[in-house]
Design a binder for this molecule. Structure first.
Ligand SMILES: *Cc1c(COP(=O)(O)O)cnc(C)c1O
Length: 367
C-alpha cells in the first residue's frame, strides 16, 4: 500500500476542483480584488451558517483574535484566562495587545477545564478566551455562567471548530465574538491565509472592520491607528464554494473518525473522548500514547505520517520565557503535549487508508 500522509490538501481540493477553478477564474475576471461583492457575499453566507448578525472577513485567524481582543477594550496589564494547551496564536493575540495570559489546565477532552477557571479570576481579569480544540466544543454552560457572574468578556477561538456545537448551539455564538481561521488545513480552509470574526454586536463588528482597514470607515479619513487585515475577493469566492460543501465535508471527517473509534482496540493507545453535549467535527483525531515518539517512528517506518498538535505548550515556548514559567507548572498540559499524536484524517482520505492505519496501530506492541 502507498504511504499515507498526515494530511492532504490536494485531495480535498480535488473533491470539488472544477467549482474552485471556476470561482477563482470568475474572481480574477471580475476586476475587483479587495473589499468587493464576493467578500460581502461570503460574509453574509458565513453569518447565516453560524447564526449571527455579523461576520467580518479578515486576513487570518490570528488577526481575528488580535482585533477581537482589542475591540473588547482589553490591553496593557489586563488578564485573559486561556487554556494552557492551545496553538500559540491564541496566546500571542493576548500578548500582542499587551495583556497577560493566565493559563488554565485542560480536562480529559483537551478543552479548558470549566471547573478550574474560577480560581484564576482576579481583579485584573477582563476575559475568558476559550478554544474549541481539535474540533470539539468546550463545555460552554458553566463557562457562560461564570462569565456572566464575574462580568467577563467571553471570546471564542473557533479556528478548529467551524460548525461544531455544544448542546445544539454553534460555537462562535456563545461569547461576544467568535474568531475563525480559514488557514488551508482548517475544516473550512481557504487557499491562502484568511480569517473572520462573528458577532451579534454591530458596534464590535463595525469597530473590527474599521481596525482591519487602517482605522478608516471612509477612504483617507483615519479615525484610529489600525492595521491592514482584509479577506480578499479570490479567497472569499473559494470559501463560498467550500462553505456550500462543509456539511458533507464534516460528515466525511466524522465517518472516518468513527472508523478509528470502533477499529482501534490497542490498549497502549487512548482514543479521543467526546464530552457530554459536545459535538466533534474532528479537525484532528488525536490519540495519546505514553511511548509517543516510538509510536510515531513505528508508524513512519510503515509509511504512515502523523503530526503532533502541539509538542511545546505556549508556557514552555522560548517566545514566552519572559513569563517565567517552568516545566511542572501545568502538568496536565505538559503530559498531553508529551503524549498526543494526530492520526491521518482529511477530506478525500479513503476507508482502506483508515483501515490500514487501524491495522498497523493495533499491531503496535510498545517500546
Ligand atoms: C490556526 C489557529 C489559529 C491561527 O489561525 P491563522 O489563520 O493561522 O492565523 C489560532 N488558534 C488556533 C486554535 C488555531 O488552530
Amino acid at each position: 500500500m502507498d504511504s499515507i500522509p498526515p494530511t492532504s490538501l490536494r485531495s480535498g481540493f480535488e473533491l470539488h476542483q472544477s467549482e474552485y477553478e471556476q470561482a477563482a477564474l470568475d474572481a480574477l475576471r471580475s476586476g475587483t480584488y479587495i473589499s468587493g461583492p464576493l467578500l460581502e457575499k461570503f460574509e453574509k453566507e458565513f453569518a447565516e451558517f453560524i447564526g449571527v448578525e455579523h461576520t467580518v472577513g479578515l486576513n487570518s485567524g490570528l488577526d481575528a483574535l488580535v482585533l477581537a481582543i482589542r475591540a473588547s477594550g482589553i490591553g496593557k496589564g489586563d488578564e485573559v484566562i486561556v487554556p494552557a494547551n492551545t496553538y500559540i496564536a491564541t496566546v500571542m493575540a493576548i500578548t500582542i495587545n499587551g495583556a497577560i495570559p493566565i493559563f488554565c489546565e485542560p480536562d480529559q477532552y483537551f478543552n479548558i477545564d470549566p471547573a478550574k477557571i474560577e480560581e484564576l479570576v482576579t481583579e485584573k481579569t477582563k476575559a475568558v478566551l476559550v478554544v474549541h480544540l481539535y474540533g470539539q466544543a468546550c463545555q460552554m454552560e458553566p463557562i457562560v455562567q461564570l462569565c456572566k457572574q464575574y462580568q467577563l468578556f467571553l471570546l471564542e477561538d473557533c479556528a478548529q471548530s467551524h460548525g461544531a456545537k455544544f448542546a445544539g448551539t454553534v460555537t462562535g455564538t456563545f461569547g461576544e465574538i467568535g474568531c475563525f481561521s480559514f488557514y488551508p488545513t482548517k475544516n473550512l480552509g481557504a487557499f491562502g491565509d484568511a480569517g473572520a470574526i462573528t458577532t451579534d454586536n454591530f458596534v464590535l463588528a463595525d469597530h473590527i472592520r474599521t481596525l482591519g482597514n487602517y482605522g478608516s470607515h471612509k477612504k483617507y479619513y483615519n479615525e484610529v491607528v489600525g492595521t491592514n487585515s482584509r479577506l480578499d475577493e479570490i479567497q472569499a469566492a473559494l470559501l463560498s464554494v467550500k462553505l456550500q460543501h462543509l456539511g458533507e465535508l464534516t460528515q466525511e471527517r466524522q465517518r472516518l473518525a468513527s472508523l478509528y473509534n470502533s477499529g482501534i482496540t490497542n490498549p497502549l493507545i487512548a482514543k479521543p473522548q467526546v464530552a457530554p453535549k459536545s459535538d466533534h467535527i474532528y479537525h484532528q483525531y488525536v490519540i495519546q500514547c505514553s511511548s509517543r515518539e516510538h509510536l510515531q517512528q513505528y508508524l513512519r517506518n510503515l509509511g504512515i505520517g502523523t503530526l503532533i498538535h502541539y509538542p511545546i505548550p505556549p508556557h514552555l515556548s522560548e517566545a514566552y520565557a519572559f513569563l517565567g514559567y517552568q516545566r511542572g507548572d501545568f502538568p496536565i498540559t505538559e503530559q498531553q503535549a508529551d503524549q498526543v499524536l494526530s492520526l491521518p484524517l482529511y477530506n478525500g482520505m479513503t476507508e482502506p487508508q483508515v483501515e490500514r492505519v487501524i491495522e498497523v496501530l493495533n499491531r503496535y506492541q510498545g517500546e
